[in-house]
Ligand binder design. Structure first.
Ligand SMILES: C[S@@+](CC[C@H](N)C(=O)[O-])C[C@H]1O[C@@H](n2cnc3c(N)ncnc32)[C@H](O)[C@@H]1O
Length: 257
């Protein structure tokens, strides 16, 4: 069984369809006019629609596999879109580029890869330093769920649970998950197991993706953003401005002074 942090094939098969966040980030980019910096850009789910809308984007990720997929997608875009995207392999906690942006975005919980306070603050400082005065940071993270916490500690920690079953390239993929929550460090350790079945139902391959994420409460997000210097900090529970509740998202928007 193979193990990896992110597999671009699986990532695109599973996450390409969920677009409410992509629409949200595209709307912000259009409103602010760009240029946009995306940290943890992955295979370009949010980057490509922004570039297609005529806005310059710098896409940063530390995974060569995810960036190779983004480059391959760019090769199929028209020359204008292709030229609007600059791809950089780098770390969101230590990046330095010359440009300054109207929007720095971290869609789809990428910020939670920063597992401790030092990394979280380093990342927010990178965001702050790369924004123009009045520029906006936008990101989304989980609102910690008591249900997930209870189901992921003690005797239930690490129990495999069926999560999803979906078609991909004429095959069937069964997704299961085993999560352990460490309350001391507020971190989730999740194994996603993908069992890929042929059309005849034979197991073709199994693949495990291990993801470690920080689990941050709304008050902690506010405190981190304020410590990094951000102003006008707004938190919503979804991309339509709903309330933050147990198990919702935390959709964060704040401004550089
Ligand atoms: C959940 S994916 C989100 C990808 C993309 N933003 C999207 O919306 O589809 C998180 C991405 O963050 C990247 N990543 C994790 N830690 C990172 C770090 N320290 N610096 C840069 N990228 C990182 C991963 O490789 C992955 O592509």
């Amino acid at each position: 069984m193979a193990t990896s942090a992110y597999d671009p094939d699986i990532y695109d098969a599973v996450y390409m369809e969920d677009a409410s966040d992509v629409r949200y980030y595209l709307g912000l980019a259009k409103q602010l006019g760009g240029p946009v910096l995306e940290l943890g850009a992955g295979t370009g789910r949010a980057v490509l629609p922004i570039a297609r809308a005529g806005i310059d984007v710098v896409a940063v990720d530390n995974s060569p596999e995810m960036l190779a997929r983004l480059q391959a997608k760019l090769a199929n875009e028209d020359v204008g879109t292709r030229n609007r995207v600059r791809v950089i392999r780098g770390d969101m906690t230590g990046l330095r580029v010359e440009e300054r942006f109207t929007l720095v975005q971290l869609p789809f919980r990428g910020f939670l890869h920063n597992l401790n306070r030092a990394l979280q603050l380093a990342c927010l400082k990178v965001c702050y330093q790369h924004l123009r005065p009045g520029g906006v940071i936008a990101l989304d993270v989980f609102r910690p769920s008591l249900e997930v916490i209870c189901a992921s500690h003690g005797a239930l920690a690490g129990v495999w649970r069926w999560t999803d079953d979906f078609p991909a390239d004429g095959k069937r993929v069964i997704l299961s998950e085993a999560t352990t929550y460490d309350n001391e460090v507020q971190q989730l350790y999740t194994c996603h197991r993908y069992d890929v079945l042929t059309s005849a139902g034979t197991l073709e391959r199994s693949f495990i993706q291990v993801i470690e994420l920080a689990y941050l409460f709304p008050g902690e997000m506010r405190e981190l953003l304020a410590t990094a210097g951000f102003d006008d900090i707004r938190l919503a529970g979804d991309f339509e401005g709903g309330e933050v509740v147990d198990g919702s998202e935390i959709v964060v928007r704040a401004t550089r002074r």
